[in-house]
Design a protein around this ligand. Structure first.
Ligand code: G16
Length: 531
């Protein structure tokens, strides 16, 4: 078993050298993500890099082994920084350099990096790499590859086993920031369930909100972990029916499937119209909701709708408490539905900030405010808070301040977390005594269509910084502009994915027919290029 570019061994023991040898890898939207048979040498080098990050910070660092919403045969690795957030950008550059080194350049690359970082101490008791993995079959083998990489400079290593991605973020944050011994998975359940219970106990009885909830677990790690969490919630708070706990990961189910296809997941055939359904993705860091309508179609409540529900709760409370000196923001990406941004401006008086795709960009922007809600339309998101936010709230005795404080603990502030976001959504619906239909009625989505177009080399597509226009291929952008000129008020863009070998086509128009046609015409234009 080897973990080099030329001696790359997959989890079945097959020798799969990287071919062609000059293949370049980049730390994409969410770390390195590839077919799992190419991941071993990457995981090994990321293990080393994480240990270096742990040594330079003298803290715990996380390595999560997951390809999240991608198919089962893919896998990936991403590094979690000491505060539980995404890896700092300069370290992404170190990672890209190191992973792309040829085998005979690796040792020199390591030496150069050690020198650049002033030879950080070896063997510090506080430096440790915590590794978690989702349910993919290749995860165990990749954990071993990370362990060997961490071992190069004898840094401590802890295999935390099967976890959701946000659970590992939580553990890393807790390890470095909270008193007490090393945190455990149980601490995660205790934390979120106890704040949920405290807030739940303060809410009035409901007339319209019902406790019945279906959850699509995407056949992933969210299934056992949500069961663990649910077992600790007050018995009468939620009556959950679990679906898709054991089958093929993300196959015809999960948040990405439901968001893009706008169909109910497999396994929901018997669910009746109008019942509230929540959907996780493979590693439970995304959440969307839907319900079946009487006509058999689904009404999707995606990340934008979740953002607005949470934003309404925060805005209402901040207004009631007259906390005018708290800076507040909502952060979105180009995929946000136009009507969600319009609602924010017109109904909540908040002009959304736009950043490129990727939680790291949203989180970074959100952190500039005392309280900021960020969500990608695909269901990734959370709320961030400053110390000032909590300090101000701590001094306020009013019921609204207590509710806001508790809600802000129910939310996993370091990263988007399907399980904690679900608890927040359920409490907010209960607070307003809303049905899922009331929530959906906040605004009507502008008709939109997203298509994934497989390509041979997605690096042949490059966009402007705001991702709404292609720099190359320029001809394709000309074609898109031409198609847009024919449709008043429409918008569309093409962007290469950072997680799959596809480009994403997004189109929005006045009617669904127009949005569908526009997206299909752009899809054809992409395919014609044959890139
Ligand atoms: C990851 C990122 C998200 C991003 C998504 C899709 O999600 O964490 O921020 O929106 O990929 O990215 P792209 O459009 O570049 O493929 P996940 O759930 O796959 O980890």
């Amino acid at each position: 078993r080897q973990f080099t570019r030329t001696g790359n061994t997959d989890h079945l023991g097959n020798h799969k050298p990287i071919d062609p040898p000059e293949t370049r890898f980049s730390y994409g939207t969410a770390g390195f993500r590839e077919h799992s048979d190419r991941m071993s040498f990457i995981a090994h080098r990321v293990g080393y890099l994480a240990s270096l990050r742990a040594r330079t910070s003298g803290k715990a660092i996380g390595v999560m082994i997951t390809a999240s919403h991608n198919p089962e045969y893919d896998n990936g690795v991403k590094i979690i920084d000491p505060n539980g957030e995404m890896l700092a950008e300069e370290w992404e550059d170190h990672a890209t350099q190191l992973i792309n080194a040829k085998d005979d350049e690796f040792a020199t690359g390591v030496r150069a990096l050690e020198t650049e970082l002033n030879d950080p101490p070896v063997g510090s008791p506080s430096s440790i790499v915590l590794v978690g993995r989702d349910t993919r079959a290749s995860g165990v083998h990749l954990t071993e590859a990370v362990q060997e990489g961490v071992g190069i400079f004898r840094t401590q290593f802890k295999d935390c086993g099967l976890l959701t991605t946000p659970q590992l973020h939580f553990l890393v944050h807790a390890y470095n920031n909270l008193p007490g011994g090393p945190p455990t998975e149980q601490d995660y359940y205790n934390h979120f369930s106890s704040y949920f219970k405290d807030l739940y106990d303060r809410l009035s009885p409901t007339k319209k909100y019902t406790t019945k909830l279906h959850i699509d677990c995407a056949n992933g790690i969210g299934a056992p972990k949500m069961r663990n969490l649910a077992a600790k919630l007050p018995a009468d708070a939620l009556s959950i029916q679990f679906h898709n706990e054991q089958g093929q990961l993300n196959h015809k189910c999960g948040a990405d499937f439901v968001k893009i296809s706008r169909e109910a997941p497999a396994g929901f055939e018997a669910v009746v119209a109008n019942e509230r359904c929540a959907v996780f993705d493979g590693d439970a860091d995304r959440l969307v909701y839907f319900y079946k309508k009487d006509n058999g179609q689904i009404e999707l409540l995606d990340g934008d709708k979740i953002a607005l529900l949470i934003a309404k709760f925060y805005k209402d409370h901040l207004a009631e408490l007259k906390m005018d000196d708290i800076s507040f923001a909502i952060v979105q990406t180009a995929y946000a539905n136009g009507n969600s941004s319009k609602y924010m401006k017109e109904e909540l008086s908040v002009t959304p900030k736009f950043v490129p795709t990727g939680v790291k960009h949203l989180h970074h922007e959100a952190s500039k405010y005392d309280c900021a809600i960020y969500f990608e339309a695909n269901g990734h998101g959370t709320v961030t808070f400053s110390d000032k936010f909590f300090d101000t709230l701590d001094k306020r005795p009013e019921e609204a301040a207590i509710r806001l404080r508790l809600m802000s603990r129910v939310i996993n502030k370091v990263v988007g977390d399907a399980m904690s976001d679900l608890l927040a959504v359920e409490l907010i619906l209960r607070h307003y005594d809303w049905t899922v239909q009331d929530w959906a009625a906040m605004y009507e989505d502008a008709p939109s269509k997203q298509i994934k177009v497989p390509v041979m080399d997605r690096s042949r597509f490059r966009t402007t910084k705001d991702e709404t226009s292609l720099v190359v291929p320029a001809d394709l952008q000309d074609d898109i502009n031409f198609l847009l000129e024919k449709r008043d008020g429409a918008r569309a863009f093409v962007r290469p994915s950072g997680t799959e070998n596809i480009v994403r086509v997004y189109a929005e128009a006045y009617s669904q027919k127009d949005a569908d046609e526009l997206a299909t015409e752009i899809e054809e234009a992409v395919k014609t290029l044959g890139l």
